[in-house]
Design a binder for this molecule. Structure first.
Ligand SMILES: *[C@@H]1O[C@H](CO)[C@@H](O)[C@H](O)[C@H]1NC(C)=O
Ligand SMILES: *[C@@H]1O[C@H](CO)[C@@H](O)[C@H](O)[C@H]1NC(C)=O
Ligand SMILES: *[C@@H]1O[C@H](CO)[C@@H](O)[C@H](O)[C@H]1NC(C)=O
Ligand SMILES: *[C@@H]1O[C@H](CO)[C@@H](O)[C@H](O)[C@H]1NC(C)=O
Ligand SMILES: *[C@@H]1O[C@H](CO)[C@@H](O)[C@H](O)[C@H]1NC(C)=O
Length: 767
């Protein structure tokens, strides 16, 4: 049991950040903040009885998010996805469902219609495909006068959309033609990449082209718009497949990038209605410790200006499920183009009579170069279309589509590596910093249902936040970015969440704001808050603090009124002093009378507090808690701890002791009331508790710790202002605001007969 009396007002110390020297940590991949689900704004969409919200099409032109789920398609308001503007059902027929289950599939789960493909067409209609109980089907859809309508006429979806809803696929719509990569048959064993126009062009059915692939992403690069060589647009395909180039008797998978030319019409005799331009190369995301290739899971294409600036960001995971290991690598389009246009080819050779290995081909390569698009060089030779290509070129490419060189990541290393979590999806946004420089901010979906927000500053990786979106955790299955709305849309099997790409309000102090190194945010000295950087800020940079490369907080204003919290304790009891840094990267330092506290029998240093066990007279003193992040130390809170030695008030103390039975809670309502009584009594008339009023704003800027649940608040009423002085980030500000309001109320309405002499210090000079 213990008794602690605490002064009501929240007083905390902010010394200006001090430089304590030393090196900042260079590649810390711990997310600086964990943002719990409760604080992401609550924009969650889910419809009763509908699951699998894993297909999306952004229609910024119509201000809707088209969302494909199981047997249902929604149109949601892009500004607030909880607003459902329209919805259309697309169920399987009973007949189809029966056929599907007769073939051995699970009627309630597999034999449904999972919407898998959603593309905008030039005529404003949309093209939609669903698995339709293992009988893929496509249909046109329109969104007119607030209604989603499916055409009556349905098309065969074989080769466009997977049969199996659990199989991955990729697709892209280019000039009204659907390019797709999926399985062509019920068993899912015939992979294909094809273009669906009147004349279908597709990959050859040979393992040389696609070897048990897992398709991930497709991207159109409009190279034809500006190519000095008269080259054509390309459609790139990212996937993983069984490798052929390793000396391994066990199956090894490898990541690949393949591409075809938009104008490819197939060959005349050889490769009739097959791609003449299908080339593939290994996609490397190297990491020293790992011998097995990493497997690509998702790709995002970021182009700043024309196609030559395009960069593909890809997330990778390890191919063994046993250890979770993830990485992000980035690839320049020019490097990719170079491999396909200049690399040597690989060719199969038989070693030891049965084993086939692919090695570099050093023989003669026909002209035009196999797999090249029709460009000026070909046209000079009077080859105007792929149908004109010579057999020699076509035979070569049919047998040897694999490049000898691999596509290398920028810097030949990952931008980000993380263990203990599997990355599933990625999008990348460009942020313009205060000084006008651009930064690529990665948003990475994980298997654990969170999104990581990360930036790479010249090789140094910073994960600003880990935002938990689905609880219980659900793998992130789709991520979409709207640059015009500055929002993210995140889908899983159970629902969709909308996020803002910047939430500067989550950083409550100048230090927190600047140390976060979030390129979207800066500390506005005029407003005294962490603001989203806009063009006005850029015209007055001297009044905004942002320090992305160093997190230099030296310009942060000192917050005045450094006052310790007064705490009284009873001999032999335990005392808990709270202090929670804003950041997972900060180290907490506790000092008593200026001396660093080391853990001992008396002192326990916990992540959010200091426990003083069996406190004796020696425990009295001036305690400070500071956190050190990078090279900056900031004092968060100070306590003036004194042993209670009153005598005439034993009865009151006993009252309190009887009511108090939470060992670790530092303050209980009665102690507060007692303190209030005293203060009220002693200072009635000449001490109107000024700090409580003047600090409401400060307090509103702080946050209430997660552990300080609403129920605790109820139980102990006012207990918390002193308890959770420096609670961590992220939570509802107004809670604390209301607590301090409550405090005010109590201080003026409770008590008239305080007996305990508690000294209330309001004057700094007394400290
Ligand atoms: C659809 O969602 C349900 C519920 O989460 C899940 O059990 C099922 O596996 C999902 N189906 C597919 C094809 O992902
Ligand atoms: C290719 O086009 C050029 C000019 O457009 C034409 O002169 C030539 O005959 C064409 N060649 C073939 C093989 O069609
Ligand atoms: C993610 O989930 C896995 C297993 O579900 C767990 O082992 C791991 O610690 C989690 N990682 C994080 C960062 O929460
Ligand atoms: C802006 O700041 C970044 C990092 O803080 C720095 O690398 C860059 O050189 C600066 N750019 C300009 C134009 O000052
Ligand atoms: C508390 O400290 C006193 C001496 O200050 C000691 O006699 C006593 O045994 C301690 N009690 C516990 C429970 O450790």
């Amino acid at each position: 049991m213990m008794l602690l009396l605490a002064v009501l007002c929240v007083l905390y110390v902010w010394s200006p950040a001090t430089l304590i020297g030393g090196q900042g940590s260079s590649t810390n991949i711990i997310p600086r903040k964990k943002v719990p689900r409760s604080s992401n704004g609550g924009h969650l969409f889910r419809e009763e009885g509908v699951w699998n919200y894993t297909t999306m099409l952004l229609r910024e032109d119509l201000n809707v998010l088209i969302l494909g789920a199981r047997e249902t398609i929604f149109a949601l308001d892009l500004d607030d996805i909880t607003v459902r503007k329209a919805m259309v059902n697309w169920p399987v027929t009973e007949q189809k469902q029966k056929e599907c289950s007769i073939k051995g599939k699970d009627a309630t789960n597999d034999c449904k219609n999972y919407v898998r493909i959603l593309h905008k067409r030039d005529d404003d209609r949309m093209y939609v495909c669903g698995t339709n109980a293992f009988s893929p089907t496509c249909v046109y859809m329109s969104y007119v006068s607030g209604e989603l309508k499916l055409d009556n006429k349905q098309e065969d979806g074989k080769g466009k959309c997977p049969f199996d809803p659990f199989q991955r696929y990729a697709s892209e719509m280019v000039d009204g033609a659907l390019y797709s990569a999926t399985s062509l048959n019920f068993l899912g064993s015939d992979p294909v990449m094809m273009r669906s126009t009147d004349e279908i062009v597709r990959t050859d059915f040979t393992r040389t082209w696609l070897n048990e692939p897992n398709f991930v992403h497709m991207a159109h690069i409009p190279e034809g718009d500006s190519s000095p060589e008269g080259d054509d647009d390309k459609i790139y395909l990212f996937f993983s497949e069984t490798a052929v180039e390793y000396d391994s008797f066990s199956k090894v998978d490898v990541s690949r990038i393949a591409r075809v030319c938009k104008g490819d019409m197939g060959g005349l005799r050889t490769l009739q209605k097959k791609w003449t331009s299908f080339l593939k190369a290994r996609l490397d995301c190297p990491f020293l410790k790992i011998n097995l290739p990493l497997l690509v899971q998702d790709v995002f294409q970021l182009c700043q200006d024309d196609w030559t600036t395009c960069i593909f960001y890809a997330v990778f995971t390890l191919q063994l499920d046993s250890s979770e290991y993830s990485a992000v690598c980035a690839y320049k389009i020019e490097d990719i183009k170079m491999v396909f246009s200049k690399s040597k080819f690989k060719t199969p050779v038989t070693v030891e009579t049965s084993f086939v290995k692919w090695v570099m081909y050093s023989g003669e390569v026909p002209d035009p170069r196999p797999g090249a698009c029709i460009d000026n060089h070909a046209r000079e030779k009077s080859i105007n279309k792929s149908l004109d290509l010579p057999d020699k070129t076509l035979q070569f490419i049919r047998d040897k589509p694999l490049m000898d060189q691999a596509v290398k990541a920028i810097g030949q290393r990952p931008l980000l590596v993380k263990t203990g979590i599997a990355f599933t999806r990625i999008v990348v946004a460009t942020a313009t910093a205060l000084n006008g420089s651009s930064h690529q901010v990665m948003f990475i979906g994980t298997k654990n249902g969170s999104v990581l927000k990360a930036v790479n500053y010249e090789g140094e990786m910073v994960i600003m936040e880990e935002i938990q979106l689905f609880e219980p955790s659900q793998p992130i299955k789709i991520l979409r970015l709207s640059n015009t709305k500055q929002k993210l849309y995140v889908g899983s099997e159970v629902g969709v969440v909308q996020l803002s790409i910047s939430e500067c309000g989550r950083y409550h102090t100048c230090l927190d704001c600047v140390l976060a190194r979030d390129p979207y945010c800066g500390w506005d000295l005029k407003e005294g808050q962490c603001s989203t950087i806009n063009s006005i800020h850029r015209t007055r940079i001297s009044t905004v603090i942002q320090s992305l490369s160093d997190g230099d907080t030296s310009r942060c204003p000192p917050i005045g009124g450094s006052k310790p919290v007064n705490i009284w304790f009873i001999h032999g009891n335990s005392v808990k002093l709270w202090c929670q840094p804003y950041s997972n990267l900060a180290q907490v330092h506790w000092k008593v009378n200026g001396k660093l506290i080391r853990p001992s029998d008396t002192f326990q240093i916990l992540s959010d507090s200091l426990m003083i066990l069996n406190a004796s007279a020696e425990a009295s003193g001036y305690y400070t808690c500071s956190s050190v992040e990078r090279k900056y130390e900031a004092q968060h809170v100070a306590y003036d701890l004194q042993m209670w030695s009153g005598s005439g008030t034993a009865a009151s103390i006993h009252d309190v002791k009887e009511k108090e039975n939470t060992l670790v809670a530092m303050v209980v309502i009665l102690s507060l009331i007692l303190a209030t009584l005293v203060i009220w009594n002693l200072y009635k008339g000449y001490l109107p508790l000024p700090c409580c009023h003047s600090r409401v704003k400060d307090m509103a800027n702080r946050n209430v710790d997660e552990s300080f649940s609403a129920s605790q608040a109820q139980q102990h009423k006012v207990a918390s202002p002193t308890v959770n002085l420096n609670s961590n980030n992220n939570y509802a500000n107004n809670q604390r605001y209301s607590i301090s309001r409550e405090t005010d109320r109590l201080s003026t309405t409770v008590g008239s007969s305080g007996q305990i002499s508690v000294r209330y210090r309001d004057d700094e000079s007394e400290i």
